[in-house]
Design a protein. Sequence first.
Length: 147
Amino acid sequence: MFYEVIRTSDHSGGFMQIIRKTKVKQVITESSKQQLKEHFERQKASQHKELEQLQFEKKKLIYNNKFDQHKVEEKFSKEELKRKQSIEWYEFQIEQLNQLPLGSEITEREVDEVVEVSVGDDWDQIVGPRKMVIKDGKIVQITGDAK
């Protein structure tokens, strides 16, 4: 785990502020499940649109005969594969989301947290596991001890 010092006291042996990572988890509710599903559907649709655009551009380049057809196919097939894999990933996420029971916790992200430490503090408590739990946009729990 990486810690960054952002401020120290002017007096020797005083305090120091560090930045640490804290996990943010989301409790799955009907509302959050629907929002996540809509987000995944939008991302999937965006990837579909990009895939269609790539296929159109590829056909246009091949039709114009300005470039080597094999090189065009090779270049575009890599990009098309990326989009197809992304679409599959979003489909998998939607499938997994549909199977999640209400009340489940999923890791949403990690955030940076400013923690003040002083001489004599218990380092294990400061660096121990810490998380925030969010339910329908509201913080409902903060666990772990960081002063």
